[in-house]
Write a new protein. Sequence first.
Length: 234
Amino acid sequence: MQDTRKALVLFSGGQDSTTCLAWALNRYAEVETLAFDYGQRHRVELDCRNTVREQIARQFPHWAGRLGADHLLDLAVLGQISDTALTSERAIELQANGLPNTFVPGRNLLFLTFAATLAYRRGASVLVGGMCETDFSGYPDCRDNTMKAMQVALSLGLDAPMTLETPLMFTTKAATWRLAEGLGGVALVKLIVEDTHTCYLGERGALHDWGRGCGHCPACALRAKGFAAYRAAA
């Protein structure tokens, strides 16, 4: 049965958030999308997301009627107080604490707080995010315990139930590709390959079998490895 609640998807325009958008459109009566401009090095993702939304509405008419408004919030202050490889031109490497320097401290915590504020105003009670602790870079704000704590804090702080859904939390990248195929067939997989963006360096050059990107950064490597495993199991 279709869930009658309205959902707000944190939609960056990447593989994971596009899969989550399809998951939400398949489940909820109305779905809106939200992205953040925080001075990210790969800001091209914000352009890609518009194309993805348009293609989803065109190629999947059964979802088009559920796809609601899109929102873009300016969080430039996050980039201003960050010193990371995602917000400045610097080499990607591991830090002394074991985390990669692509980790933007507090990013998902801020994203979810602003998302919940917008959802409250828009009459949505479900937040959907592509956080994952299976195939990921170790970011602490992507972990399941963090998400559970945020759900409690947001619901208490708003004095209204706010459900935080993370359909990819314990999913490998290969399984994420399979989930996309299960939701939208090969058409959705093709759309993700051609139109979504993952590369940390913002490269949109040559089209690889797994998508566009530099092919070397951690995000590209993870996406490519997952696609190869997905294809191998087909």
